[in-house]
Ligand binder design. Structure first.
Ligand SMILES: [Zn+2]
Length: 582
């Protein structure tokens, strides 16, 4: 909530300004953007942390030079270019207009799930194979609503490319890369760790002779899929099987494409390190490791060097991780008092006993969406996966049809700050007001897909007084009012999400949301607590104010501005709301 640009931020901006690549030649057929927010910042690079080079106003149009992730590089003068965020502009090409509707796309993944709403919390209605042509109906930053010959629904924007000239704001297809290798474990109780190091926390254990998919190898550690997340095991305990001759040559290969022209290559992982050469736009290199904001690449058989990571486009493994049924070694925790443990994986089967909030049980296996668990007396019981949390794992089972709890609910989303009030400013330059609107729009799309009536207290970059925000809650008789903010303190260490309530009648919502954050986010959960904020204090409806992470913490700023975090946090709020209304 506070403002504090800080000296560190200024230094960072100066460093960034010094390494921005040369301008690109004018003109191609990428179309143009029209500014949809009142004033939009044009930045030196594709990220909120880059310095602002110019401000452009609503209604103005600029030619697109290229697209990178959620950003467009645009021509702002005869010899000047800059970057704008795609959620603040609308892309046009020829006669078609992109934002809502229009355009064709092609599926780029081998089996891409189509869902009833924009998020993995929504039910799958089917899947589409690579090359399937689809019509684009609607899109947001991370998800696209499509229609194929026999399916209609949402797919992740990572697995769809818009056809040339269609005018979509969708990302270009990322270079494909299948899993490098497979392997089989050679020992029992092999630790799977969160980092390629003995110091990484243990995510779980694998039994002997378990097959694993290996994505890459780094310093004698293999990165594998483990229960829907990435984990690391010591290579010594794996028997590797290369999928083809090419990958045998370099099993660790993760490659990246250079996105800047004449990018300096340095001797060490520091912007002050000696420059030993340069690499050029569209060249591809093997990635060896990443340290801070620098990535080490293989220049030739014998040469290595470091470049700034944000000018590399990583070629990613394409398919979403398959959920493994092998979840032995994990525990589930009961989150509701009186949760029923049953004799089989079926809601109509016999009741073994009821469990208390906070009780944990070792997991033996899974049947459908149910966990089979071991009781203290050695007996086996079953519990529905969507009413418990799996410890040490971010992937939760979503009950199909959780939408029903949200249908017809009136939810007012309040993106903090706006207009002349920018809110706090991140160490790297992120403005709180821009991030809150981004989060609000993603959340709105998810809730609307579930059939909720959603009202935003502001759209675009406008200043709205606190009393008007509360007024919106009262006028619409909100079933839930959610104020979104990003936090700040004087130090650069404090981290985490905090969920506030003011009145007793607001406490249930805050605690349901905090529950949801505890299990699913990359950012520490500080729980729910009392807070004296205008928008909840003056609110006669059930209202909460959430501080979704610290912009004053440079590491957290990078996390919370990422697409993954924005997707995760909005899913968590969505799930928390469903739990609250249930
Ligand atoms: Zn704020």
């Amino acid at each position: 909530m506070k403002k504090k640009p800080g000296l560190f931020g200024l230094i960072l901006l100066l460093i960034m300004a010094a390494i921005v690549p040369a301008n690109h030649a004018f003109g191609n057929d990428e179309g143009e953007v029209t500014v949809t927010s009142k004033v939009v910042n044009v930045r030196e690079g594709a990220g909120l942390s880059f310095p602002i080079v110019k401000k452009i106003a609503q209604g103005e149009s600029y030619p697109i030079i290229k697209e990178d992730g959620d950003w467009f590089e645009i021509q702002i003068g005869s010899n000047e270019t800059g970057w704008v965020a795609n959620w603040l502009v609308e892309r046009k090409s020829g006669t078609s207009v992109a934002k809502k509707g229009s355009g064709q796309g092609t599926i780029t993944g081998s089996s891409v799930r189509v869902r009833t709403g924009p998020g993995t919390t929504f039910q799958t209605v089917g899947s589409l194979t690579r090359g399937t042509a689809v019509a684009i109906i609607e899109k947001n930053q991370n998800w696209i609503k499509i229609k194929s010959a026999d399916l209609e629904g949402w797919v992740s924007s990572d697995y769809l490319k818009t056809d040339a000239g269609s005018g979509g704001t969708v990302k270009k297809e990322k270079a494909k890369k299948e899993a490098v290798q497979s392997g089989v474990t050679l020992v029992d109780r092999l630790n799977v760790r969160s980092e390629p190091s003995k110091n990484g926390s243990t995510l779980g254990k694998l039994d002997k002779n378990t097959s694993v998919t290996v994505h890459r190898i780094k310093n004698d550690w293999a990165e594998i899929d483990f229960q829907g997340v990435q984990g690391w095991v010591a290579v010594t305990y794996l028997q590797l099987k290369a999928n083809n001759a090419k990958t045998e040559v370099n099993p660790a290969a993760d490659t990246a494409r250079v996105t800047a022209s004449n990018l300096h290559v340095r001797k060490d992982a520091s912007l002050n390190a000696k420059v030993i050469g340069s690499v050029n736009k569209d060249e591809t290199y093997t990635v060896l490791q990443t340290k801070g904001r620098m990535t080490q690449i293989q220049l030739s058989n014998s040469e290595k060097g470091w470049v700034v990571s944000w000018y590399l486009e990583k070629e990613r493994v394409e398919e979403p991780k398959k959920k493994k049924l092998d979840i032995k070694g994990n525990k589930i925790a009961i989150i509701h008092d009186g949760t029923i443990l049953r004799s089989s994986a079926d809601g109509n089967s016999g009741i073994v006993r009821q469990a208390r909030e906070g009780e944990t049980f070792p997991v033996i296996g899974m049947e459908g969406d149910w966990y089979s668990i071991k009781l203290k007396d050695g007996k086996t019981a079953y519990v529905a996966g969507w009413i418990v949390t799996l410890e040490g794992n971010s992937e939760q089972i979503q009950r199909p049809g959780v939408e029903k709890y949200l249908k017809d609910k009136t939810i007012v989303i309040d993106p903090g700050h706006g207009g002349r009030d920018s809110g706090t400013i991140g160490v790297g330059g992120t403005l709180e007001k821009n991030l809150t609107i981004r989060t609000a729009e993603l959340l709105r799309d998810k809730l609307q897909a579930a059939g909720a009536k959603v009202i935003l207290t502001r759209t675009g970059n406008t200043y709205v007084p606190l009393s008007s925000r509360v007024g919106t809650s009262h006028i619409h008789e909100a079933d839930a009012f959610i104020s979104l903010h990003y936090d700040s303190t004087m130090d650069q260490i404090t981290s985490g999400i905090t969920t506030y309530y003011y009145h007793d009648y607001q406490q249930g919502l805050a605690s349901a949301l905090a529950h949801s954050f505890s299990s699913s986010m990359q950012v520490n959960n500080r729980g729910s607590r009392y807070g004296n904020y205008h928008v909840i204090r003056e609110n006669k409806r059930v209202a909460t104010l959430i501080e979704l992470g610290y912009l004053s913490n440079p590491v957290e700023e990078l996390t919370i501005t990422s697409k993954e975090y924005q997707e995760g946090i909005t899913s968590a709020i969505y799930n928390g709301l469903a739990r609250y209304f249930k």
